[in-house]
Ligand binder design. Sequence first.
Ligand code: 5AD
Ligand code: SF4
Length: 450
Amino acid sequence: MRPTPMTDARRTVYIETYGCQMNVSDSELMLGTLTAAGYEQAEGPEGADVILVNTCAIREHAETRVIGRLGELKRHMKAGTIMGVTGCMAQRLGPRLLDQARHVSLVIGPDGYRALPDLIDGARNGQRSAVTDFDLEEHYQDVLPIRGDRVKAWIPVQRGCDYRCTYCIVPTTRGPERSRDLGDVVREVRATAEQGITEVILLGQTVNSYRTGGHDFADLLRAVGAVDGIKRLRFTSPHPNDFSDRVIAAMAGVPAVCEHVHLPMQSGSSRTLKRMLRRYTREEYFDCVARLRAAIPGLALTTDVIVGFPGETDDEFAETISAVEAIGFEDAFTFKFSAREGTPATRMPTELTVPDEVASARLDQLITTVRGGSRVRNLGRLGERHEVLVERTAKRGGHLMARTRDFKTVLIPADGYAPGDYLTVELTGTTGSTFTGAPVSSRAALPMAG
Ligand code: 5AD
Ligand code: SF4
């Protein structure tokens, strides 16, 4: 660790994060690295000594947004401010980004954050660098993350991806899959629990394929679930093919594991799934859902779906709609296919391209289907009682945002509760997607007289 400069005021760093939870977690690690080197976090870009934009490359739209934002952030630069781009877009474009944006002096991919303090010093001396090497040993295990959330903690347990879904840029931007040592994960979870955090979310691109030193994801769930003080355990995102019986048994057997799985489906058509190289059929996906539901009563499922993948016919799309209806997802992230340079999907015959108007219409229909289904189910749940964890103050004044174990958002009156509190609520209203709830006075049964 380098000494904190004593003579001048601490340098400040502002980090803006785009994309997935893995990026949120990476930003916490970057902040940890820079704090250890004497930097202080700035809440906004104005006047910061260092501005870092942690980026996503998953869809073209994500990248155009960042390009626009980089232009805006330029206005906040003062003499000597260092502007850096990190994350998946940095990895994908590398030195090309330095050419495109002259005010950017650092481009650093997901495995290069350890060198941030040195690279920033170099940039201060006029160097412009692009660091995009993969480091298969890199888990940032000795870096103390500076967490932005005081209620729940994201814990990276795996980096990279070994699947090769034909639409996906992630294997290119995050490199091959590697799992982090189990003991190391447990140590981080323990330290997190000691700070009063009761919920952890294990992160990995295909998190349930976790495997290291003879341990699999089932072992990891059991080990993390056994840490004192951890009341809720979630993970994202699993791949259907990695739900072994052992993993499902661990989910069912570890009380902290919450009754919610985000299970990316991508398509409900076996033919589309084959072109996507998802490595399962519609029937196999349904089977995975059935095994999970049989083992975990009350399990809520959410998913990711892509529409307009090359060659997707009306019939194939209809199979996606029927799968969404049959499974009854609580919610779905829905996307129009976006061609990513270098991915196998871009090499498919151009006559397979789905026209944008068709993809847009399919997206609308899919969203209507998802919302319609969850609305009906949510209306049917009014009156139920659930344990919720208060996450933060809600946008609606005087209210707090809380979550059930099965991942429903519930707005409750603030009434003296605070983020981090657990309480039981009755679901009193729903917008169709989120709920309002009323705290239920805890009339615990008195112990029976012996
Ligand atoms: N186009 C559209 N959606 C994509 N996703 C990944 N790659 C693409 C792409 N090229 C979606 C998938 C994935 C989620 C994180 O983003 O649904 O599960
Ligand atoms: Fe991308 Fe497929 Fe890997 Fe997920 S499993 S990160 S969609 S390649």
